[in-house]
Design a protein around this ligand. Structure first.
Ligand SMILES: [Zn+2]
Length: 405
């Protein structure tokens, strides 16, 4: 089912369609090229372009003389026309970014999550820090479209409520969308972190290579983002993408669900750190994980046997999970990223690349492509900001149905 949008509509279907094409072409597109690609008449296209320019979304580039015929003047995205804020709530760190209309991050800050405070205090802290970042970035507030928030699931899509993410107890049952909108005066969207990450990667991708793809999110938990036909898959309730209980190691570690060898417990950073002999217990505070992961990285680089074995086992587990998910989705391209991946990816990627073709369960007809997230360390936060841009600027046929054209 198509969702309604909480973001104010920015333009008509034709305007968003044309703007979407322009923003995906760094060099810009001429009116002739746009007319060809959209199928709009020259006159309609001229009207659309004029309105986009009048509202400041596009600017005229330098005239280009190429071959016979009239020189063409490309229309280019005016990146500073609008901005969005993205916030990523994570058990170990809260990340804030401001992105411009191209989706590029122009300001970033992070801080340890507020602990033990009640919901109103947590909301007030988010509002204060988002506001401070906007001011430091010198962004005109009238150009801020809204705030996107990415949180671990489960969420309640209908009310914009953070339900019961296991590692964020202080946020449980908080009506975040409504309360943060009231505290900041900006519209707010809330999505599960993996969905936000997928939207962010789709937004950052110029050539539609991820229109049918998947994204493995490796953080405190593990999740799957999915794109079908250029749209992130949210599921009925906004909670699609839970792969923590995918069985990858029968007889392996015991999981909270009662089974053994679920993906989540098998590659949990706490488990890897314990198995590598770095931490004395497989249960440590989320905030203590980062420093220990850095130590694991150092030991892998030094080729310490136990650390290398842990790395290879994690790579084989990821390879099996990705192959099984690809058998299901036929995604072919998998993006991988997230907070733990950011710290360990350089060590894990070569081992994972080597392991993928050896997984015998694969039913794919072509080799799997695995690549790292373009948004890097800002994956979920920039993804959250992209939710705002996406709602405001992505041309959807459903918009035609509800009469925005
Ligand atoms: Zn389980």
């Amino acid at each position: 089912m198509k969702r309604g949008s909480n973001m104010p509509a920015v333009g008509t279907y034709n305007q968003t369609l044309v703007l979407d094409m322009i923003r995906r072409s760094p060099a810009g597109l001429s009116r002739t090229e746009l007319a060809e690609r959209t199928g709009l008449s020259a006159q309609t296209l001229g009207n659309v372009a004029r309105r986009l320019a009048a509202e400041g979304f596009v600017v005229e580039g330098h005239r280009v003389v190429a071959g016979p015929g009239k020189p063409r003047t490309p229309l280019q995205l005016n990146r500073t026309a609008r901005y969005a804020v993205g916030i990523h709530l994570d058990p170990a760190v809260d990340t804030f970014v401001v992105v411009d209309l191209s989706g590029g991050v122009i300001a970033h800050t992070e801080r340890p999550p507020a602990e033990g405070a009640d919901a109103p205090e947590l909301i007030a802290a988010l509002a204060r820090d988002a506001d401070a970042l906007l001011r430091s970035a010198d962004v005109p507030l009238a150009r801020v479209l809204g705030i996107g928030v990415a949180a671990p699931g489960p969420i309640d899509d209908a009310t914009g409520t953070v339900l019961t993410p296991p590692l964020l107890p202080s946020w449980h049952h908080t009506r975040l969308r409504e309360q943060l909108a009231r505290a900041t005066g900006h519209p707010v969207v809330l999505e599960k972190d993996v969905v936000a990450a997928m939207v962010g990667e789709l937004w950052a991708e110029a050539d539609h290579a991820l229109d049918d793809a998947a994204l493995v999110y490796y953080g405190a938990g593990i999740g799957l983002g999915m794109a079908v036909d250029g749209e992130a898959v949210r599921g009925r309730t906004g909670n699609a993408g839970d792969i923590g209980h995918l069985l990858v190691d029968p007889g392996g570690q015991e999981c909270s669900c009662g089974s053994r060898g679920c993906l989540g417990v098998t590659v949990a950073p706490e488990r890897l750190l314990f198995d590598a002999g770095i931490t004395p217990s497989p249960v440590i505070a989320p905030t203590a994980v980062w420093g220990a992961i850095d130590e694991l990285r150092v030991r892998i680089a030094a080729r310490e046997a136990r650390a290398v074995e842990v790395r290879d086992r994690a790579a084989a587990t990821f390879a099996l999970a990705i192959v099984l998910l690809n058998n299901l989705l036929d995604a072919e391209t998998f993006v991988i990223g997230g907070p733990v991946w950011n710290r360990l990816g350089r060590e894990l990627k070569p081992a994972l690349d080597a392991a993928l073709p050896t997984v015998r369960q694969s039913t794919a007809t072509r080799p799997l492509v695995l690549r790292e997230a373009r948004l890097g360390t800002d994956l979920a936060a920039a993804g959250a900001a992209s939710l705002v841009l996406d709602e405001a600027f992505t041309a959807r046929a459903s918009d035609l149905m509800i009469g925005l054209s």
